[in-house]
Design a protein around this ligand. Structure first.
Ligand code: SF4
Length: 333
């Protein structure tokens, strides 16, 4: 039964929520992973996109209960990079070979529409690197101005498609505002990235099925799907981390539902289990991100506990990542 649905999905069939929930239970993993890999090879080939990510502000006005950067975490370390530092670090990343940078921050109103637009214009004047903004929800007019300034992509995860769970983990914010913002991004011509967590306390397999259907409905060109990791300075301290195998299963299903989407191997998966990170490149993932955040600030940006590794310059870190991708018999681009 599951194999039939998987076969049909490779031909464009969209299962309903119940069928997806059945697939998420496992039982056909080997077949699912094989088909997701075949489809990835057909659509993306062996290429793995390497993208830079620059975390430019650890200030956030939000209170997401899973996140170490939440506004009411008095122990979080806060920093803001200047516009000059953001532009110069991005240009350094471009010189090291990166063709896309994700400019990410908490929801920090310090960076106004004018400041972000100025940063985007200066980067575009100095390189042809594609810019992904990951700065939280903004009004339509601001998103429009940033697009006009040259921003190419926007990453805005929904984290969970269950409206009640969404309000619980985002302290009263509404899922409809988030999906409305994602629809605005699509209308403005951004390549739109979404995504969600696996293993959030209160989540069920049915919720994950809804998450998968939502990223398809929105038409996400990129979807980051990673395991929840408990942070000790949050209300979810001590909760169980997300299951890496279920994460891989979900990414494989996302590949079948969104054949041409870019699906990253998320950092959080590698934090929980490095071997699962290697495997996910044969389950549908085709993107990996590498931090280029200055080392003076890097350890302060802690949404979840992370292994920061040894200090390296941007070029050396990129070369090492290319070698890692090649060791998996894939082609870094
Ligand atoms: S998840 Fe993002 S928006 Fe929520 S508190 Fe953390 S940095 Fe802020």
């Amino acid at each position: 039964m599951n194999r039939n649905i998987i076969d049909q999905m490779t031909e464009g069939y969209v299962p309903d929520r119940e069928e997806l929930t059945e697939l998420l239970k496992g039982g056909s993993d080997e077949y699912l992973f094989e088909k997701a890999n075949e489809l990835t090879m057909r659509v993306k080939g062996k290429k793995v996109d390497i993208r830079a990510i620059l975390e430019f502000s650890s200030y956030c006005r939000c209170r997401c209960i899973y996140c170490g950067l939440r506004a009411d975490n008095a122990n979080a370390q806060r920093y803001r990079l200047s516009a000059d530092d953001i532009v110069n670090t991005t240009l350094e990343a471009a010189q090291a070979g990166y063709r896309t940078i994700v400019l990410q921050s908490g929801e920090d109103p310090f960076y106004t529409e004018e400041i972000i637009c100025d940063i985007v214009r200066r980067i575009k004047a100095g390189s042809d690197i594609a810019i992904t903004l990951s700065i939280g929800e903004r009004p339509y007019s601001e998103l429009s101005a940033m697009r006009e300034a040259g921003a190419d992509r926007f990453l805005l995860k929904h984290e969970t498609s269950d409206p009640e769970l969404y309000e619980h983990i985002h302290r009263g914010d509404h899922l409809s505002d988030r999906t409305g913002c994602q629809k605005n991004l699509k209308a403005l011509g951004y390549e739109t990235g979404g995504g969600f967590m696996i293993g959030l306390p209160g989540q069920t397999l049915d919720t994950i099925a809804g998450d998968l259907l939502l990223i398809r409905e929105i038409g996400c060109e990129m979807a980051g799907i990673g395991p929840f990791i408990s942070h000790e300075q949050t209300p979810l301290a001590g909760e169980k981390n997300g299951d890496p195998l279920l994460t891989r299963r979900t990414v494989a299903l996302a590949r079948l539902l969104l054949p041409s989407a870019n699906l990253p191997a998320t950092t959080s998966l590698g934090v929980i289990d490095r071997s699962q990170l290697d495997l996910i490149f044969s389950n549908g993932a085709n993107v990996i991100m590498r931090k280029v955040t200055p080392w003076s600030e890097r350890t302060k940006y802690e949404i979840y506990p992370t292994n920061f590794g040894e200090e390296k310059d941007i070029l050396t870190a990129r070369k090492e990542l290319e070698q890692y991708i090649e060791s998996l018999d894939r082609i870094p681009v």
